[in-house]
Design a binder for this molecule. Structure first.
Ligand code: SF4
Length: 355
């Protein structure tokens, strides 16, 4: 198994070039081929001397994935099932919006948290992804969007959300390295990067200390601990109070408003009493709440809330001064919720899931 070049920064590639007896600028050329040209084979790096390419090929390969399957929705959203250089299949999603193009990346294959409504969670945890495998998803989504004419030939992914398969803060080092690579090598602004967590408190404190201008999104899905324990069984170590305390700390350290994600499940957590509890929990926090009405998916045992319940839930929060948005439904018909496509490929079944 060769080492992968993808995942190394320009600085690391310069050091590698030096170690292999070349001038440092050759490392910069390698990073241009990897991150700006989307090169898939070392032999294709036309500006490098033949001898340097031969030395690189002895110990390294680029590490790009192959697209095994693409599912497309009418709204332009597409989901890719990727075969990485080594290891199990990975999912990633591309989403066109007016004036921007967003990629939703996975950080793990499977997930150890096991949320009750999530296909990834019900499939268990397989492994962490490397920083290179995370960056590969952004490159591949950009290339696919150009092929599908969703982006101009010189267009690129403008936003990245760490909201696919897995819990990013449980794969912290690779997640952080990928954030830096996406920012510095792919030139995607830190403010256009969102890291979403299910509420892993030590990870929130650690991220607060990184001095980054990214957006932190925290998925709550319940306004009391008893219900949250049922919906999010793999993160029962931390109470909602501990999670919101960590978010207060995050805001104090970074000045960045935290987003709280709340998936509305019919008759489970979508009542006005739930909204009132949520409002109390978030009192005094500089935040906004993103409501996600659950998408109907077979086999989940959960159902979408009626529109009037969403409206009432939203009104209760807004009356207390909380800013509320509602996630636009994307990817109809493509099993767009994370974990579904992989599960379908492995088992022949599609089903549930939303982050
Ligand atoms: S919703 Fe997120 S944290 Fe929960 S099981 Fe699925 S991938 Fe893991």
């Amino acid at each position: 198994m060769k080492n992968l070049l993808l995942g190394m920064s320009t600085a690391e590639l310069k050091l590698l070039a030096k170690e292999l007896g070349e001038k440092k600028f050759r490392g910069k050329q390698v990073s241009d081929w990897l991150y700006r040209q989307g090169c898939r084979e070392i032999s294709g790096m036309a500006t490098l001397p033949v001898a340097f390419k031969a030395k690189l090929e002895e110990g390294y390969q680029i590490g790009r994935s192959l697209v095994k399957k693409i599912s497309k929705s009418k709204d332009g959203t597409f989901k890719l099932l990727l075969q990485p250089a080594y290891g199990e299949l990975v999912e990633t999603v591309g989403m066109p919006y007016e004036g921007r193009f967003s990629c939703c990346v996975s950080t793990q294959v499977g997930c150890p948290i096991g949320c009750a409504f999530c296909a990834t969670g019900t499939g268990g945890f397989k492994r962490n992804l490397s920083a290179g495998e995370i960056v590969d998803q952004v490159l591949t989504v950009g290339e696919t969007a150009i092929k599908e004419k969703l982006l101009a030939a010189d267009g690129r992914v403008s936003h990245v959300v760490f909201m696919g398969m897995g819990e990013p803060l449980l794969n912290y080092d690779a997640m952080l390295a990928a954030v830096h690579l996406i920012n510095s090598e792919l030139a995607i602004g830190m403010r256009n990067i969102t890291v979403s967590t299910i509420g892993y408190v030590p990870g929130i404190y650690r991220l607060a200390g990184e001095d980054l201008q990214l957006t932190l999104a925290v998925s709550l899905h319940a306004a009391d601990d008893a219900l949250r324990r049922k919906l999010v069984p793999g993160m029962t170590r931390y109470t909602l109070q501990e999670i919101t305390d960590a978010c207060k700390h995050y805001f104090r350290e970074t000045g960045r408003r935290v987003t709280f994600e709340y998936c509305l499940l019919k008759g489970v957590n979508d009542g006005q009493a739930d909204a009132a509890k949520l409002a109390v929990l978030l009192q005094g926090l500089n935040c906004h709440v993103n409501l996600i009405p659950f998408n109907k998916v077979r086999g989940s045992g959960f159902y979408p809330p009626e529109t009037f319940r969403v409206t009432n839930f939203r009104r209760v929060l807004e009356e207390t001064g909380i800013t509320v948005t509602q996630r636009e439904q994307r990817g109809e018909g493509i099993e767009a919720a994370c974990g579904q496509l992989r599960r379908q490929a492995l088992t022949g079944q599609g089903d549930l899931r939303i982050k």
